[in-house]
Ligand binder design. Structure first.
Ligand code: GCU
Length: 661
């Protein structure tokens, strides 16, 4: 399959003053022996200079008039320092990953046209782990994949080719240092990934990743010992099970030295886990952690745990509570090489959710934030929805677990509790489509996720600008238009889909398109609980009590419908249609207005986009236009279905008299 270079295009740049100077720059390497990562850093510089200026960069030992790569002592792991002095640029770091990140940062400077004169840039990644989780199945399909088939697997074989290298370059260029290659729902051939059958190929893949500072991780089938036919039990406290894992892990790590560890989804949505044996998540995770500890491996255990069989008609049963209720009591019981991976919200990657209450709920457990750049519930990469502003809100959220340094960002960067096994993971949005992400502009979420995990202090707008410049060059109109579109897209999507934090209202199973009563697990409920008087789920102390899982003052704010922020009101409360929001509108009028406004916003986006014809490469322009046209129509479908439904339920007309179909 043909593939493009996404934001690593390195196309010809206009020859300004800077570039004139750079033309004559040579590359020198000082310091220790060159490892693969350094070699790849040099290759990247050479590739970029050839592409941008048609010049060959010569590697020499003397730092005269050159880009100098320098390994020095005393800097933080993965950090870099780039500085210019008398026309010479030095990229210094204490390890080769720092050099690699420094090289990509330097190239960003050149590509975005930032001045190099007097450059003095010191950066160290905020999050220790910056990971992509691929939900790729070994038959080549991707769970919640919207960009074609897997480029890691096809017909139960592992693929290693040119695309693998480009993938690793793209990931490393934004600071990704860990990649889980297979779906968290480990079934079929994937159970065999930790066996002789696949280890050679896994090793090859891991070697390529290693050359770009990326550790390879795999999702693990908790029931592997029984499913592989080795044992009758997977009881984490049984001696034979424990020693089976130890032996297996010894073999796997010996064969794949660049393995970082494993990701596990257990006892949720039908996946096996320690509950079968009456054991806890801590028992299960710790057993595996002990087995991987001798090799520096880590176990990432997901907190997306709920019982999808439970009877949802019981009003007190609240899926939102489930992660908290399952894990809170286990705080402090996990070994140090276990990380709990927590989705940003308590439900499932909706367009708007409150922050997961486990952040701030746990104080003695390594934690990692899981977000989803695969747009499962946010338009499936057919709609434009730039998610970095949402992730930023999550990171800035104050948990009040202590008086200061209490934000989600500080927790998962290790600052709050002095941890180093922590960070951020995104469910990946890539596939084997030529442009990697289906929608060309969905690449901004991939790019943005990596940049944000490395430097969460960047604004969503800065990140978007970088991505636009790198991908499409420096044309002002292109930049302004695409920036406007990216920055308006999340709000627009929220407006024309589900209002005020209620979430869902999508077709069950495939999660695309409006279906107001669409409900996943039985025919007995809805997510929105609307009747003729109002809608929303009462999660206050009178309801499921979920609001009280937060630390004060958050708990009191969410618990009280007068204090609860508008955008989350229906998540926390069952509210009459006639209730006045803080904005001054009634709930029903907000629903109508938001849906009309959201569609108007999409219309404006598309109108502005059309003016870029001739300014973007034609192929890309047409590919994007097709998606925007679909989004335009589909946004109307959403608007009309939602507005009609709530008009019929409430019987209250739009005060502005617009036609509601
Ligand atoms: C969602 C998604 C599933 C996925 C699950 C998970 O429910 O729809 O496909 O398995 O999340 O995060 O494990």
């Amino acid at each position: 399959m043909e593939f493009e270079q996404a934001w690593l295009t390195y196309t010809k740049r206009d020859s300004g003053k800077e570039t004139e100077e750079i033309k004559y720059i040579r590359l020198s390497m000082q310091g220790k022996e060159q490892d693969k990562v350094i070699q790849n850093s040099i290759l990247e510089l050479q590739r970029a200079f050839a592409g941008m200026f048609g010049r060959e960069l010569i590697v020499c030992r003397k730092p005269e008039q050159s880009v100098c790569l320098m390994l020095t002592e005393g800097m933080q792991a993965e950090a870099y320092h780039i500085y210019e002095d008398k026309g010479e640029v030095t990229i210094a770091a204490s390890d080769s990953k720092g050099i690699l990140y420094g090289v990509f940062a330097f190239l960003r400077q050149v590509q975005t046209g930032s001045p190099l004169d007097g450059l003095d840039l010191r950066k160290a990644p905020k999050m220790p782990l910056r990971m992509l989780n691929h939900w790729d199945n070994m038959d080549g399909s991707i769970e919640r994949g919207y960009s074609g088939a897997s480029f890691f697997f096809r017909q139960n074989q592992i693929l290693v080719d040119e695309r693998t290298v480009t993938y690793a370059r793209l990931a490393a260029s934004v600071g990704i240092n860990g990649v889980v290659i297979n779906n968290v729902n480990v079934k079929d051939a994937a159970t065999w990934l930790i066996t002789e059958r696949y280890l050679d190929k896994v090793g090859e893949l891991a070697d390529i990743f290693g050359g770009y500072g990326i550790k390879l991780y795999m999702s693990l089938n908790y029931a592997a010992p029984t499913e592989l036919g080795a044992l009758d039990s997977a009881d984490p406290l049984a001696e034979e099970v424990r020693s089976w894992w130890k032996e297996q892990m010894k073999m796997v790590f010996e064969r794949v030295p660049n393995l970082g560890g494993f990701l596990i989804k257990a006892d949720s949505e039908g996946r096996p886990g320690p509950f079968t044996y009456g054991r806890t998540h801590a028992d299960g995770a710790n057993m595996l952690a002990e087995a991987v500890a001798p090799y520096g491996g880590i176990i990432i255990w997901r907190c997306f745990v709920y019982n999808c069989q439970q009877d949802w008609r019981d009003y007190k049963t609240d899926r939102a509570r489930s992660g908290y209720d399952n894990f809170k009591a286990l705080d402090g019981q996990f070994l140090d090489n276990v990380i709990l991976q927590i989705k940003n919200g308590p439900m499932d990657f909706q367009v708007r959710e409150p922050v997961h209450p486990l952040f701030g709920g746990m104080t003695q457990t390594n934690q990692m934030l899981e977000v989803q750049i695969a747009q499962e519930y946010t338009g499936q990469q057919r709609h434009l929805c730039y998610l970095i502003p949402m992730f930023q809100e999550v990171l800035k959220f104050r948990t009040y677990v202590q008086e200061e340094n209490d934000t989600v960002e500080e927790i998962v960067s290790g600052k709050t509790f002095g941890q180093c096994n922590c960070g951020m993971a995104a469910v990946a949005n890539t596939g084997d489509d030529a442009n990697w992400t289906g929608h060309d502009m969905a690449a901004a979420n991939w790019y943005g996720f990596g940049r944000l995990a490395f430097e969460p202090e960047l604004s969503a707008e800065e990140i978007a600008k970088e991505w636009i410049r790198l991908t499409y060059g420096a044309d002002k109109q292109v930049e302004e238009t695409l920036l406007f579109m990216l920055m308006s897209s999340w709000k627009a999507y929220e407006q024309y889909t589900s209002p005020l934090g209620i979430g869902w209202m999508v077709n069950p199973d495939y999660h695309y398109g409006p279906n107001v009563d669409g409900y996943e697990y039985s025919r007995w409920g809805t997510y929105h609980r609307a009747d003729h008087l109002g809608l929303g789920v009462d999660r206050s102390r009178q309801g499921t009590g979920y609001a009280l899982l937060y630390k004060e003052p958050n708990a009191s704010v969410y618990d009280d419908k007068r204090k609860c922020p508008d955008e989350l009101l229906l998540f926390f409360h069952h509210i009459p249609y006639t209730w006045k929001l803080k904005s001054g509108k009634t709930v029903i009028q907000h629903i109508y207005d938001a849906h009309f406004d959201g569609v108007d916003m999409v219309d404006e986006m598309v109108e502005r986009f059309r003016k870029l014809e001739g300014k973007l490469p034609q192929k890309q322009y047409l590919r994007m236009l097709e998606r925007f046209q679909h989004q335009k129509e589909h946004a109307r479908e959403w608007r009309d279905q939602i507005n009609t439904y709530f008009y019929r339920k409430s019987g209250i007309p739009d005060e502005r008299g617009r036609e509601i179909y």
